[in-house]
Design a protein around this ligand. Structure first.
Ligand code: 6PG
Length: 256
């Protein structure tokens, strides 16, 4: 399946990637709110997103959106309590959602710390369906307006790690995923859900990502080893924002 539109944009440094990502978020949210009165976004963990969230909560961005019309989800989460330092939820709450005063009803935390993890994943998928409501119009899989993703130096995205069970999922929207090399459970949106996103935004910065980014973007398909390659939106736009050190090994002049 080919993405309708794929754009790769390169920037001097991680700060410029974050600024561009904040601008992209604002534009996507404003367009969706103008069009249908709502906007849904799946957030990711990581250091680049943290800076994006801080920028969005700063006065220059804050006043440009009706934040009450936005539903916040997470693409993945670690199996820790919401107040834990490793929690993706906590990071976003601290950097953006609390400073913006977002109503808790709009914040859809992924409950990855629950021991009944299969049930927790089912309930989270239901929460997405209920908040997005596209299924009422005959769509089997809800379409999230914007899905923010990072890529690990091993090629993982969200918590779709190489050679893990979640990669083979073809129906469920959210699954618990055991990651052997980290000896831990994660919870993650699956490729079938992510690929229905209206817009998908990858943020990649740092020289430790350079070799794998070349393989992901320019190498042969190897989904089990390079799960980021599985992200190919069925209808939406796919945008990669990359800093110069992550782009350093690319052979093709892909930066537009
Ligand atoms: C997580 C993330 C994960 C992340 C990548 C890249 O919970 O760890 O959601 O998929 O996006 O590991 O993270 P960095 O951008 O910080 O390198």
């Amino acid at each position: 399946m080919k993405s309708r539109h794929k754009h790769i944009r390169c920037f001097d440094d991680a700060e410029s990637v974050s600024v561009a990502a904040a601008a992209y978020f604002l534009e996507a949210a404003a367009a969706a709110i103008a069009d249908k009165g709502r906007f849904s976004v799946a957030l990711s963990g990581g250091s680049t997103p943290r800076r994006v969230f801080e920028l969005l909560a700063a006065p220059e961005c804050r006043d440009r959106l009706d934040w009450g019309k936005i539903d916040f989800f997470w693409g993945d989460e670690r199996s820790v309590a919401p107040e834990h330092a490793d929690s993706n939820y906590r990071m976003a709450v601290t950097a953006m959602l609390n400073p913006l005063g977002i109503d808790s009803e709009r914040i859809h935390r992924m409950p990855a710390e629950r021991e009944d993890r299969e049930q927790a994943a089912i309930e989270y998928a239901d929460e997405i369906r209920n908040a997005i409501e596209d299924h009422r119009f005959g769509k089997a899989v809800p379409q999230i307006d914007l899905i923010m993703l990072g890529m690990g130096a091993d090629g993982h995205t969200a918590s779709l790690f190489p050679f893990t069970a979640a990669l083979t999922e073809t129906h469920r929207l959210v699954v618990p995923n055991y990651v052997e090399k980290l000896a831990t459970w994660r919870m993650t949106m699956t490729a079938p859900l992510i690929n229905q996103g209206r817009r998908i935004l990858f943020l990649v910065a740092g020289s430790d990502k350079a070799a794998v980014l070349r393989e992901v973007l320019e190498g042969p398909e190897d989904y089990a080893r390079l799960p980021s390659q599985m992200i190919k939106p069925a209808h939406g736009d796919l945008v990669w924002l990359i800093d110069a050190s992550a782009a350093a090994a690319l052979r093709d002049r892909v930066c537009s």
